[in-house]
Design a protein around this ligand. Structure first.
Ligand code: UDP
Length: 241
């Protein structure tokens, strides 16, 4: 079941439900797009109908961020859990190692995707890596990147190009890529490769991961300015209308 938040459909699923749905995509062997939706993307989707369309056409949209859960409550409904890109990566590689699913890692600076894949293989030695490629290719190189991924025939494509670039890339090439599960995972490779530290668990638990990320990466501040605007939009739409 989906719930509607500011015109964007979000799946009403917890982690177990999301994983089950993704396993179904792999069984079906048809291309599917998974979006981990954060407040920034939901905010931009208001102004960019093309982005809204991409999210609404995705086969699974999870609530990435406490702001999305809050917005659902303000809308008089609820979502069971936060499902972030990096949490999905960790859970999926664990299942992939058992099931033999092959994963392609696309994105981040040269060398990082390989490093992230190697770190994950340290934890799950049975994990099959279908391939890796960095995320700073030029538009003219794009067809070559698509061919490389298609020929590697992964079951899952983790795409770490940042939001919403990764969502646009996946939507545009979903058929050509022909990968059963394509997921945008933002900055996950940097964290897994140890280039950026994840916010400590206690901060995640009290829903302050967003603040921790801001303190660790001050370049995020301009982006964070969207958050009060997002909150105002939610209040205006669901409480003052
Ligand atoms: N990135 C990339 N290609 C680009 C722009 C960004 O591969 O053209 C990578 C960047 O190196 C980083 C990730 O995309 O690893 C974006 O991380 P961020 O934490 O900003 O993700 P978001 O919060 O936008 O999901």
């Amino acid at each position: 079941m989906k719930i509607n938040l500011l015109g964007v459909q979000v799946d009403n699923l917890d982690m177990a439900g999301a994983l089950e749905k993704i396993a179904g995509f792999i069984t079906a062997q048809k291309p599917h797009q998974v979006v981990t939706l954060n407040p920034e993307m939901l905010f931009y989707a208001q102004k960019k109908p093309a982005l809204r369309k991409i999210i609404n056409q995705a086969h699974l949209v999870t609530a990435d961020g406490v702001g999305i859960l809050w917005a659902a409550r303000m809308a008089g409904t609820s979502l069971p859990a936060r499902i972030t890109g990096i949490d999905l990566v960790w859970r999926l590689v664990q299942i992939a190692a058992d099931e033999g699913w092959r994963i392609f890692f696309l994105g981040a600076l040269p060398g990082i995707a390989e490093e992230a894949a190697a770190q994950l293989q340290k934890h799950y030695p049975n994990l099959k890596v279908a391939g890796t490629f960095h995320g700073y290719f030029q538009p003219m190189e794009e067809p070559g990147v698509i061919t490389k991924i298609r020929q590697a025939q992964p079951d899952i494509l983790f795409t770490a190009l940042g939001a919403p670039k990764q969502e646009v890339f996946i939507a545009r090439h979903l058929r050509a890529l022909n990968v059963p599960v394509c997921i945008g995972v933002g900055g996950s490779f940097d964290v897994i490769a140890g280039r950026v530290k994840r916010v400590p668990p206690w901060m995640q638990k009290i829903h302050l991961e967003w603040l921790g990320r801001l303190l660790q990466e001050p370049k995020r501040w301009p982006r964070a300015l969207v958050l009060p605007r997002f909150m105002w939009l939610v209040i205006k739409t669901y409480r003052l209308a």
